[in-house]
Design a protein around this ligand. Sequence first.
Ligand code: ADP
Ligand code: MG
Length: 275
Amino acid sequence: MTPNEKTKVLIEALPYIERYDNKIVVIKLGGNAMSEIKNAAEDIAFLKRMGINVVVVHGGGPEIDRELKKNGINPKFINGLRYTDEKVIKAVEKVFHRINKRIVNMLKSKNVKAINAMNCIKARQKSQELGLVGEITRVDRQKLAKHLGSDHVPVISPIGTGVNGQKYNINADTAASRVAVALRAEKLTILTNVDGVMINGSLMPHIDFMTAKKEIRKGNINKGMIPKVEACIYAVKNKCPKAHLINGLVPHSLLLEIFTDRGIGTEIVYKNGNN
Ligand code: ADP
Ligand code: MG
């Protein structure tokens, strides 16, 4: 890269640094959270130094599956959501605690203050059929604001607490979108293990709400991609200005997405040409 090209990259970042200064960005790490946080930790450190308030929500599907199998339990899914009983919720809590700690430590190793933001999601049972799967009733904004105020990155595990203290399992994409809306975040970025939304083999740089619904109906968007797209639609519908899906396995995908003109991955917009 010539000196000229280097300065061009830095200058290109300026409007984005201004736009996100002191704003909140919610980042969801996928089920492969460990490889993703390894890639993302430095980027998050960069975002923090640029004055962005970062909030992390993590998933953990594959590790939960391994934990359940170790205990002789077969994972069961209904419409992409994990059927959760007492034994499963115990395993989920244990695995999430472990993943949360790893993320916090990884951020600390990059000199970023980070904290497990416990008990900031209130929930109730979503349906009888799914057992202890929760539906979010409230996000504790005060608690999260306090962490942000002391310059920490709150790291949220998608577990909700019911009025009676019962713990509920919540899809991490859904949790991230509810947190983004509750905190009036400037952006929701979901890191996953693919480049973005693929339709008939091509990556969609943008997808609007109507097209997304249609492609879900046609089955072109399926399985784990459904809650992601729905989470992004929920966010943009509820005044979160931007929602993106990017590949968390690509080094520095977060920086590229936030600080360059071209961006990467798939941006979910409410209406075509309107966002
Ligand atoms: P995460 O752990 O990040 O939540 P998931 O496995 O739950 O990841 O969801 C991502 C997966 O969704 C992809 O690996 C892919 O197999 C699947 N998927 C389904 N439909 C699509 C689509 N249209 N475009 C891209 N990925 C899709
Ligand atoms: Mg998933």
